[in-house]
Each structure stands twice: as structure tokens, then as C-alpha cells.
Design a protein around this ligand. Structure first.
Ligand SMILES: *Cc1c(COP(=O)(O)O)cnc(C)c1O
Length: 362
């Protein structure tokens, strides 16, 4: 087939990017995506179906999503005016990158600063927009390396600084005092603190919102409702108002709004129960893994564990996969990730299956 001339119009950066894809194949046990286990009660399922059935299918969704915004704000302890809703936090990341895309004086493109390893969407979404990404390695405890961060800030002033805390894939929170120092060291940059896993951390970082250059990202995806694609950003009202101009008019589908509001309101005890059970299982799995020789597990503030074993991660991944268990391996990145896997805390039976298979290979 003839090569289409429009391909020449593509952004050159796209050539170096792969579409986001998830592993295919039949794995009965999927502990690879940090989803919550299926712990929803029958009563909650029935309520979700009932509310879904009342949808006005011919109507566009509400553009303001007032109910859901108020509930999301209440969960973060802020007014609805400080909340921006997105189709998952992924969409909020793209809105931030789009809105804050004026290059600084003397630069031809905006610069994004983040850590490594961390959530890939900061890098991916910035790159497909032609923005420059600087990734600063975390220290040996997977915490912020202040010397490396300050050195990077000495060479270039980023527009956006993305920090996941708790971090994915390492599971730990960044030290609050280091986060504070970072925020103060970059007063003209917007620091995005991604709290996708904060419900599993037993602490909160809300105090960071007192800085005018901070926004926080939250999501329903890791606490039982990945299917809804509901995320929210909390930040200073004047900034939220500007970011809202970048949002597509009907970004959040009616079902996500209505069911999201049900979950954060009437069914919030279901969230609490899921979080509690995951924490109980996390303690149990952690304790078993810690008994194994040559295995070390990073203390986790999230619903997954960051596990270092004696064998190459690729081999561990393959052998677990043959046993029908999917985890995440980061062997492609090499270096200090070569023996690391990330395993999501699942149902007790799934965790048992993982532990048994993992034990057999270590
Ligand atoms: C999973 C994850 C997200 C994705 O959130 P969605 O709301 O599903 O888009 C965001 N940030 C981090 C750090 C994650 O691990």
C-alpha cells in the first residue's frame, strides 16, 4: 500500500512511542494493574444497577457534574470550586500538560520534571505533546533524592513537576519534608502530587495544598472502581478555573458521574471495607515474603508490593505467568530494576496462589 503523505505531518516524537497496551492472554490471576480485589457486596452491586437504570440515556452528561465534584471535594476536605474532574487522573495529567504548555522564555518547548522509576503516563503524555521530559532517579530507598532534584532544578526551570506519593511502582511515600523542600525550591513550577494510592497509606499530604504551586490528583481506580474512570484534581481555585477551560464539555460520562457519586456518598463504607481488607492482606503477604531468604520488600503505602528477589525479574515474571499469575516486571529498564517485580494485593486466594508460586521459584 502507498504510504500516506499525511504521515509526514505526525509529530516526530510519536515514532519513539508505543501505544499503551495491556498484556493479553488468559491469566486467571491478574495482579499486574493495581486494581482492587472484587470485594463489592451484593447490596452495593444492586444499588449501582438500580441507579444506572435511572439514567436519561438520550441526554448529554452534566458538564458541571456538581454532585460528584462536591463529594470528591468533601473527601479531600476542600470546596467544589477547588475540584476538577477527569476521565481518570490520566485525563487530568493531559489537561495540565495542555494548559501549562507555554514555553518559558528562552526555551522552545515546556520542560517536565519527574522521578524515575515512576508512573509512565507523565512521561508518555508529555512526549506525545512534544514536551521535554527530565527524569531524576530516586535515591537508594526510592525516596526523593534532593541533591539530584536540586541539581536538575539548577539547570532548567520546569513548567510541571510530577511526583507520585505513594509512588508507583515502588509503593512508598516520598518524605513529606523533602516534598516540602522541593515545592519551595520550585516556586514558579506547578508541583503535581499524585495521590492515586493515598487511601492505603494511613496518612495524608493535604498540608501541601497550602502552597499556591501545588495540585493533588486522586482517583477511584485503585480503590475498587477502575471501571468508572473517575479522577479528580484538587488545587487553588483560580488555577482550577483556567484548567477547566481545557476540559472537553462532556468529558465524564453520565454513568461515571452518577455511579461515582453513589460510591463516594451512600456506598463509601464499601470503599472503607475494601481498603481495610487490602491492608490486612498486604500485612500478611508482606510478612510471608519477608521470611524468604534473598527477598526484600519495600515497605508499602499502596495496594501493591515492590519485591526484589534473587532471580532476574524477567524469569520470575515468565514463571509466574506460566502458573497463570500476572505481575509487573520492570526488567526492560535494567539496572537496579532488573530483579524487581510489582505485585498487586488481590483476593486472599489470589495472594495465596502468588505466594505459593513465588516460593516455589525462590
Ligand atoms: C494507576 C495510576 C494512576 C491512574 O489513574 P486513573 O485515575 O486510572 O487514570 C495515576 N497515577 C498513578 C501513580 C497510578 O499508579
Amino acid at each position: 500500500m502507498q504510504k500516506s503523505p499525511v504521515l509526514e505531518l505526525l509529530r516526530p516524537e510519536l515514532a519513539g512511542v508505543e501505544p499503551y497496551s495491556t498484556p493479553q492472554g488468559a491469566h486467571p490471576i491478574r495482579l499486574d494493574a493495581n486494581e482492587a480485589p472484587a470485594l463489592l457486596s451484593a447490596r452495593a452491586r444492586a444499588r449501582l444497577a438500580e441507579v444506572a437504570a435511572g439514567t436519561a440515556w438520550e441526554r448529554y452528561p452534566s458538564s458541571q457534574a456538581t454532585d460528584l465534584r462536591a463529594l470528591a471535594g468533601a473527601r479531600a476536605g476542600v470546596a467544589p470550586e477547588q475540584v476538577l474532574l477527569g476521565v481518570g487522573s490520566d485525563e487530568l495529567i493531559t489537561m495540565l500538560l495542555t494548559a501549562l504548555s507555554r514555553p518559558r522564555a528562552g526555551l522552545d518547548v515546556p520542560v517536565i520534571l519527574t522521578t524515575t522509576p515512576t508512573f509512565v503516563m507523565y512521561r508518555m503524555s508529555a512526549r506525545v505533546r512534544g514536551q521535554r521530559v527530565i527524569e531524576v532517579p530516586l535515591d537508594e530507598s526510592w525516596d526523593l533524592s534532593m541533591s539530584a532534584m536540586l541539581a536538575a532544578l539548577g539547570t532548567v526551570e520546569p513548567s510541571l513537576l510530577f511526583v507520585a506519593s505513594p509512588n508507583n511502582p515502588t509503593g512508598n511515600r516520598m518524605s513529606l519534608d523533602r516534598l516540602e523542600s522541593l515545592i519551595e525550591a520550585a516556586p514558579r513550577s506547578l508541583v503535581v502530587v499524585d495521590e492515586a494510592y493515598i487511601d492505603y497509606s494511613g496518612s495524608d499530604q493535604r498540608s501541601l495544598l497550602s502552597h499556591p504551586n501545588v495540585v493533588i490528583l486522586r482517583t477511584l481506580s485503585k480503590i475498587g472502581f477502575a471501571a468508572l474512570r473517575v479522577g479528580w484534581l484538587v488545587g487553588p481555585e483560580p488555577l482550577v478555573r483556567e484548567l477547566d477551560k481545557v476540559r472537553l464539555p462532556y468529558n465524564l460520562p453520565t454513568l461515571s458521574q452518577r455511579l461515582g457519586a453513589l460510591v463516594l456518598g451512600e456506598l463509601s463504607d464499601e470503599l472503607d471495607r475494601t481498603i481495610e481488607q487490602v491492608l490486612t492482606e498486604r500485612r500478611r503477604v508482606m510478612a510471608v515474603l519477608s521470611e524468604l531468604s534473598e527477598v526484600s520488600v519495600t515497605p508499602s503505602d499502596a495496594n501493591f508490593l515492590w519485591v526484589k528477589g534473587a532471580r532476574p525479574a524477567e524469569e520470575v515474571f515468565q514463571r509466574l505467568s506460566s502458573a497463570g499469575i500476572l505481575v509487573r516486571s520492570f526488567h526492560r529498564y535494567g539496572g537496579r530494576l532488573a530483579r524487581q517485580i510489582r505485585v498487586t494485593i488481590g483476593m486472599p486466594s489470589e495472594n495465596d496462589a502468588f505466594l505459593e508460586a513465588y516460593r516455589a521459584l525462590s
